[in-house]
Design a protein around this ligand. Structure first.
Ligand code: HEM
Length: 487
């Protein structure tokens, strides 16, 4: 048979393949055709892929609710909502919604899940019951003092290297907060999780290249997580074995994996009594050695932001009235209303993690805002729209104005705070590190402003920000001077 005779066979195969993809696309579109959203998103993953890759994910999602309503279609099988009540209903402890396959995109161990990547509610709840003693601080009394130690190292670094003496002739070295704050969070988490800080603040460097590795991989990871077929290939057991981090790597997550594994091994070979840190607590409550290694490694993927202003007057008054320790305790910080308002406003205007965090509609389907969602549809919170909602936070919700929390009556303030706290998730899936994050935020904000005054180095230059499911900030250059208020 000559090539000419093969021609019609190839044409027939090609036509069949094209027809198959068209019918697949059509049935994908048809299933959720009643949910409003961008046209491209209704039949392909190009829209979701672009929004995740572009670095403008936050801005793209922020306007969706205003344009399409509280329920928006983001992909052939994906929807999001900015309605806080729906988000709470989906994630509450008795909900039948499991986590969606999106969480597989955060797996880095071929056989073991961290709490974050456990999608089945029953398995997840069992693991969370064991891990929460360590995370919450109930069995880790040194948690707050561990944060204090690292805070003192951060202040030491600023004094040693970046402090600009007013009127002095010494060369000014601008401080890049986008570099310094991740070093602080890495040292806090390593100190809490592994018992010893990495020493990034001491070296003024991301010693293991971890943060920079996460930053450079973020766009691709974000897209791979959002697009189901890509996720199923890359995060399959074989995919992780081939492409995932390995303890033999010289930098990044692989090196981190080795250090974590070694540290966990030590804890599991010795006596468990007397271990009052997180790993000890995990072991006491029955996490296996591999589960503990995976859990400890996941913690390094957490982050922290910063804020400023009128705050200083409140701080000054509190310090002068003698009610504040040095460093401030988390309990004392919670009594300062303006500090709390700044923190909540910071989390609202700049929710640090805005990835999909989607859950899966149970097999029988569900009706949300008058729209039926068939079983298997994934639905996640649209935090950018929610946090900028005018009906929840006021007409000026687009600007940073902590006063909104102080002006509101108590019931409204509590409701606003409850809604802002959705940045940590809710119910059974809620962030296990929320208490730790609040301790860090309260202390770092108060203590840095007690010691220093910060000024943007060049207001014209602005800050470079990319949103890929989490914010990646660059070049937050400031000058740090001794705070004349508390010298
Ligand atoms: C501002 C800082 C933080 C934010 C905004 C944040 C946000 C979140 C979100 C949105 C989730 C997923 C919720 C869901 O699946 O619905 C989560 C889960 C989790 N986070 Fe955080 N997080 C922060 C800091 C931390 C820190 C410092 C740690 C570790 C010490 C941590 C540990 C965890 C863990 C273990 C989970 C999984 C919880 C579970 O599956 O039940 N987070 N976080």
């Amino acid at each position: 048979m000559g090539l000419i005779a093969l021609g019609p066979i190839f044409t027939a195969i090609f036509s069949l393949v094209v027809a198959y993809f068209i019918s697949l696309t059509f049935s994908g579109w048809y299933r959720l055709r009643h949910i409003p959203g961008p046209l491209l998103a209704s039949f392909s993953y190009l829209w979701l892929g672009y929004s995740g890759w572009s670095g403008k994910q936050y801005d793209i999602h922020k306007v969706l609710a205003e344009k399409y309503g509280p329920l928006v279609r983001l992909g052939p099988n994906e929807v999001s909502t900015d309605d806080p009540e729906t988000i709470r209903r989906i994630s509450n402890a008795k909900s039948a919604y499991p986590r969606s396959g999106w969480y597989d995109g955060a797996r880095f161990h071929p056989d073991t899940d961290a709490l974050f990547t456990m999608t089945d509610p029953v398995r997840h709840d069992k693991q969370k019951a064991k891990a929460s003693h360590g995370y919450s601080g109930r069995e880790t009394p040194g948690l707050e003092s561990a944060v204090d130690e690292q805070l003192s190292n951060l202040i030491g670094l600023i004094r040693r290297k970046y402090l600009h003496k007013s009127g002095g002739r010494s060369k000014m070295v601008p401080l890049d907060l986008a570099e310094a704050i991740p070093l602080f969070t890495l040292d806090v988490i390593s100190r809490i999780a592994l018992g010893k800080e990495f020493g990034c603040l001491e070296a003024d460097k991301d010693i293991h290249g971890f943060y920079h590795l996460v930053e450079s991989h973020m766009p691709a990871m974000n897209v791979l997580g959002d697009v189901p077929w890509a996720r199923r290939i890359v995060f399959s057991t074989l995919g992780i074995k081939l492409l995932g981090p390995k303890p033999t790597d010289k930098t990044g997550l692989g090196l981190m994996m080795k250090m974590t594994n070694d540290e966990v091994r030590k804890r599991y070979s010795g006596d468990v009594e007397g271990l009052t840190d997180m790993l000890g607590s995990f072991r006491r409550h029955g996490l296996t050695e591999v589960q503990c290694q995976t859990e400890a490694l996941f913690m390094f993927v957490a982050a922290t932001p910063v804020a400023y202003q009128r705050l200083k007057t409140e701080m000054k008054n509190a310090i002068e009235s003698g009610i504040i320790s040095s460093p401030i305790t988390a309990a004392e910080a919670r009594t300062l209303p303006y500090l709390q308002a700044v923190l909540y406003e910071g989390l609202r205007i700049r929710p640090s993690a805005t990835a999909s965090f989607s859950k899966q509609v149970p097999p029988e389907g569900d009706t949300i805002h008058g729209h039926f969602l068939p079983g298997g549809t994934t639905i996640g919170p649209n935090l950018p729209s929610l946090m900028r909602s005018k009906s929840l936070f006021g007409e000026d919700s687009d600007i940073f104005r902590p006063e909104r929390f102080l002006e509101a009556d108590e019931a409204t303030r509590t409701e606003m705070q409850r809604n802002v706290e959705l940045v940590f998730g809710y119910g059974r899936w809620m962030c296990a590190g929320k208490a730790i994050a609040f301790i860090e935020l309260n202390k770092v904000l108060f203590e840095l402003l007690r010691q220093f005054d910060f000024q943007i180095l060049d207001p014209k230059a602005g800050i470079t920000c990319f949103s890929h499911g989490a914010w990646m900030d660059k070049d937050i250059f400031v000058t740090a001077t001794e705070s004349d208020m508390f010298a």
